[in-house]
Design a binder for this molecule. Structure first.
Ligand code: STL
Length: 348
């Protein structure tokens, strides 16, 4: 009798055990996916919605938009890396080359913008967004009647004030906006609806436009997108990134120029906060390389290998690493990231 009970009990416990193990494993897989998408992001709106999407849905689509104008630089790569993260957890990815947006934002003639769009597509493909990525140009669909209808509907729902405020962080002459700048956020909202997007990826400067999109699309019966925002990083001189200041590593830079820019970058000793060199490690080097080996003069302990950013950051803050060690290493690793893109472009 006892043994029968024991047998029943033990087989039940085996059943429960394997069921809970399966549940545990699937929770773990979801958690790993969630952590991957959340890594190095400023925020997700909302994290709960993101977790639910990754947990319950199949055929999820994420996108990021780029205005094709001007040389691509490390700042652009941050959202592209996030798209790669999303792709790696099974999400479908669209890269929107927003040519009409660039035109409306006074970034050049349509011919110039088209050439930039070709160039951006090649760069993103070389970065790894090749197979399975849909490259879409705004002008492929933004002149369709259905899209226009959507814009007009959005125009009826959106106050001038709200449209204008949503552009605060992204537009050039916010002081005296032209009408196209009012249409811009409506188009971005319409893109999300028209392309049936589940996850909109962008820099944190896109936040207000995305919040507008979440509200308006929901009230018009579309899906409200989950928004994943990457941080805006510092330029190499610790000011805002800007091509005119030449304080960014551009994709077109030679190895020599990358080295030069990094050597003259702002990098206060023992200071982790607002240090653009540490940002390079955190946002570019560590996500791409499992192990980061830094040269260091023998008298300071010789070469040293790191497997995570926080250990390196701590060593720098306590003075175990010198700014020069950081700079030499960054030049090597950033070149390892950009070099392959440069060669792919050359062989094209
Ligand atoms: C910029 C710089 C940049 C990204 C963007 C704009 C985003 C543009 C955009 C356009 C349409 C969309 C989504 C995003 O649907 O890096 O000036």
């Amino acid at each position: 009798m006892r043994s029968a009970i024991r047998r029943t009990t033990s087989s039940t416990s085996v059943r429960i055990h394997s069921a809970s193990k399966r549940a545990f494993n699937s929770i773990n897989v979801i958690n790993v996916k969630f952590q991957q998408v959340m890594s190095n992001v400023e925020e997700a709106v909302t994290e709960g919605e993101l977790a639910a999407l990754l947990d319950n849905e199949t055929n999820i689509t994420a996108y990021a938009g780029y205005e094709p104008s001007g040389e691509l630089h490390l700042g652009h790569l941050l959202t592209a890396y996030k798209l790669l993260d999303l792709q790696s957890v099974g999400v479908d990815v669209i890269v929107l080359l927003a040519d009409l947006h660039a035109y409306m934002n006074e970034k050049g003639t349509m011919d110039q913008i088209r050439d930039w769009a070709d160039h951006y597509q090649k760069c993103f493909s070389a970065l790894g967004l090749a197979e399975g990525t849909r490259f879409v140009r705004g002008s492929d669909y933004q002149l369709e009647p259905e899209y226009t209808r959507l814009i007009l509907k959005l125009a009826r729902h959106t106050t001038l004030n709200r449209a204008r405020r949503s552009m605060d962080e992204v537009s050039r002459n916010a002081e005296d906006p032209v009408v196209s700048q009012m249409i811009y956020p409506l188009m971005q909202t319409a893109d999300i609806g028209y392309l049936n997007i589940d996850i909109a990826v962008g820099g944190i400067d896109q936040r207000k436009i995305h919040m507008l999109a979440r509200e308006e699309l929901h009230s018009m019966g579309f899906k409200s997108p989950v928004c994943v925002h990457t941080p805006i990083l510092l330029g190499l001189d610790a000011n805002k990134m800007s091509s005119s200041r030449d304080n960014i590593v551009a994709i077109g830079d030679s190895a020599e120029s990358i080295k030069k820019k990094i050597q003259s970058a702002y990098c206060p000793p023992r200071t982790a906060e607002d240090n653009p060199l540490l940002q390079l490690y955190r946002y570019y080097v560590f996500p791409q390389f499992k192990q980061v080996e830094l040269e260091r003069p023998q008298r300071y302990g010789g070469p040293i290998c790191y497997e995570d950013f926080s250990t390196l950051e701590l060593d720098y803050a306590v003075g175990k690493l010198h700014p020069l060690d950081l700079k030499n290493g960054a030049a090597t690793y950033i070149e390892r990231i950009i070099g392959p893109i440069r060669s792919a472009l050359r062989s094209d």
